[in-house]
Design a binder for this molecule. Sequence first.
Ligand SMILES: C[S@@+](CC[C@H](N)C(=O)[O-])C[C@H]1O[C@@H](n2cnc3c(N)ncnc32)[C@H](O)[C@@H]1O
Length: 364
Amino acid sequence: MNLSPALDCYTREQLSARDAQRMAEFIAFGPIVFQVSRLMLKLGILQLLRDSDTGLTIDEIAAAKGMTHYAVQVLVEASLTIGTVLVDKDSNRFRLAKTGWFLINDPATRVNIDFNNDVNYEGMFRLEQALNEGKPAGLKALGNWPTIYEGLSQLPRHARQSWLAFDHFYSDSAFDEALNIVFERKPKTLCDVGGNTGRWAVRCLKHDPAINVTVLDLPQQIEMMREATQGLAEASRLHGHGIDLLDPEAQFPTEPHFDAVWMSQFLDCFAEDQIVSILGRAAKVMDEHSRLYIMETLWDRQRYEPAAFCLTQVSLYFTAMANGNSKMMHSDDLARLIGQAGLKIEDVHDNLGQGHSIVVCSKP
Ligand SMILES: C[S@@+](CC[C@H](N)C(=O)[O-])C[C@H]1O[C@@H](n2cnc3c(N)ncnc32)[C@H](O)[C@@H]1O
């Protein structure tokens, strides 16, 4: 399989036996490690330690935070062994460790923590059931829909906020570079498949005053998009088309003719046979001048190893919470599905934003 140079570490053992045993325990206590660290952030204890020059004792933290000695002690002692804080043995003062610094300052980590807590945490208990049934068995922790996409507009407030923040954080980071790639061929019409709240569509409209953009998405999301883009000066060039692309009979609109078809973080919401069907329907409305741009975070093409770690873990969100049958893709799989849909890969651009690739496809 393809693996970027940074992922070569997956081909041979990296840990000593002692480190491996510690890692095994880290996994065993994963849910507690997660909740302790999330609370150290939420309660501002990590931030308090960051801002202190001399470090703080448990009593000083408790006084500053209005918490009991016991509550601070269990959190801080666990954080010490997790590795987010350090202690001075003589003064009993705690200070921030490097990992704690990243918890505070790394925006990707913050978005991932909120996403895991507010969207995934409870539902993930049903991962085994989801794997057995091929259905998102964990989604009932948030509401009763066949897939999370049908429920997006009605998710509990925190879950919706964290879902959108997660989604936007990843795709927004790649949009600047993506605009240059897509507009190189000067398209006049673009179809944004799975355009969600219209963020990419709006970027295109602002980037080129001649472009018309049609967003295809579930009818509920087209409503969300209309709300989000209300009053926009460019609104007359923005069009919405409600469609359920899981229905194999649902065809892409043929009017207008699309110079560019754009799918960002979209195909990862579907199983392989569904992807082939959707790509095949996109191909039907393309001619030899049209281009399909697929923007995905392909886990095997990552420049940094932690990104591949995040992406392969996020796959299980799709299993337990989203739809039960899709994942963050490996580029070998995506290439095979593109070929099965009768399209050919013309170019691949890697390392955009938070580790996105754009696969440019045309009709052979
Ligand atoms: C992960 S979001 C990506 C949003 C956006 N393209 C981005 O890059 O941030 C996937 C989008 O696909 C849409 N979607 C999921 N299932 C769909 C379906 N069956 N038919 C049409 N759109 C669907 C969702 O509503 C959502 O807006």
